[in-house]
Design a protein around this ligand. Structure first.
Ligand code: PLP
Length: 351
């Protein structure tokens, strides 16, 4: 039967994440391998009453609390169904069919997926073979045809971070060319530097944050956009009325009530990452320290085979079939206990 299908959607080939991961040790998607404390989950669940479930979600209370937490104004913030949805919204609002979106490459896949779905020209600026990045190439790629520039700070999957001078040069060039700059800070807290100050002081800078990484709520799907009120207004115009669910909002609000738990999450991951890097280095492995909650390991055997052997033992890591990253496995980091478990499995798989 002949009916119209949006050609961008028709020609897309999506690969969705593996299902059935609950029974595995999970070091493949930069989640917290262990999750939040049990007492915390119980505390939140106690507030999810039949009445609460019967009411449409009200995000404003969360937005106000979160704005105070970040020390910005509520007008600078909107909340989305994960950063995933924020990326879609931003590309819809600021991208143009046939216009350019400049990103580093490799990068988080949803940037190129959404470019393709929306008919935006994706201009990927590749890392060098040694995984360094030539910022001049990215600056040269920003032209009057550019609508959006994307920086991930730190980057996923490469794990590097950009300096303030580099980011300011990108923002200035984008401003001169009439483009917005998205700074995706999904891995903030594992790495301290932030460009939040630019998001609230410059009209074209947008910071994205997520509750899926340090805050360990990937299942809830909650992300935030922080920017000038005008940008937030445009995103809110596009938004679905109830895109973030009330259970996610409740969990996220409670996280903000527990600064000591946040501090513990940060220090526990830092300790685990330090421990695994030292242990692997002492064992003679080449490891690449990354600025997010993940590391790269160059196994003695081919990386892809080691990933397969780990999977057979119910341990998931990220690997690549080809390209500059294919000699590595990427391993999400967590507490020292989580890393000890991983190391035992890894040494067996790479024997
Ligand atoms: C850089 C980056 N941005 C955004 C996301 C998506 O996060 P969310 O779970 O909030 O959709 C990820 C997930 O891995 C990521 O690595």
């Amino acid at each position: 039967m002949d009916f119209y299908v949006n050609p961008h959607v028709k020609n897309m080939e999506r690969i969705f994440p593996m299902q059935g991961r609950y029974d595995y040790q999970r070091y493949d998607m930069n989640e917290n391998p262990e999750g939040l404390p049990h007492w915390f989950v119980q505390e939140v669940l106690a507030e999810i009453t039949p009445a609460y479930l019967s009411i449409y979600p009200e995000p404003q209370r969360f937005i106000e609390k979160y704005a105070e937490f970040l020390q910005v104004r509520p007008e600078n913030v909107t909340v989305t169904n994960g950063s995933d949805q924020a990326i879609r919204y931003l590309l819809q609002v600021f991208g143009q069919e046939g216009g350019d979106c400049v990103t580093v490459a490799p990068s988080f896949e949803m940037y190129w997926v959404n470019c393709k779905l929306l008919g935006i020209n994706h201009i990927p600026i590749s890392y060098e073979e040694d995984l360094s990045f030539d910022m001049e190439k990215l600056l040269d790629a920003i032209t009057p045809k550019t609508n959006i520039v994307v920086l991930l700070n730190p980057n996923n999957p490469v794990g590097n971070a950009f300096s303030r001078d580099e980011v300011e040069a990108v923002v200035a060039k984008a401003e001169a060319c009439g483009a917005v700059v998205i700074i995706d800070e999904a891995y903030h807290y594992f790495f301290d530097t932030t460009f939040l100050d630019l998001a609230i002081s410059r009209p074209n800078v947008i910071v994205l944050r997520t509750f899926s990484k340090l805050f360990s709520l990937a299942a809830c799907r909650i992300g935030t956009v922080i920017a000038d009120p005008q940008i937030i207004h445009y995103v809110n115009n596009l938004k679905l009325t109830f895109d973030v669910n009330a259970i996610a909002l409740k969990f996220a609000e409670h996280i903000l009530d527990h600064p000591a738990m946040i501090h513990e999450l940060i220090s526990s991951e830092k300790e685990g990452r330090r421990w695994i890097l030292r242990a692997l280095t002492n064992l003679g492995y080449h490891v690449r320290r990354c600025e997010g909650n993940f590391i790269f390991i160059e196994p003695k055997n081919p990386a892809f085979e080691v990933a397969r052997a780990l999977e057979a033992n119910k341990v998931l890591v990220k690997s690549w079939n080809s390209g500059d990253l294919s000699r590595f496995i990427r391993v999400s980091t967590g507490s020292k206990e989580a890393m000890e478990k991983f190391l035992d499995a890894f040494l067996e798989a790479d024997s």
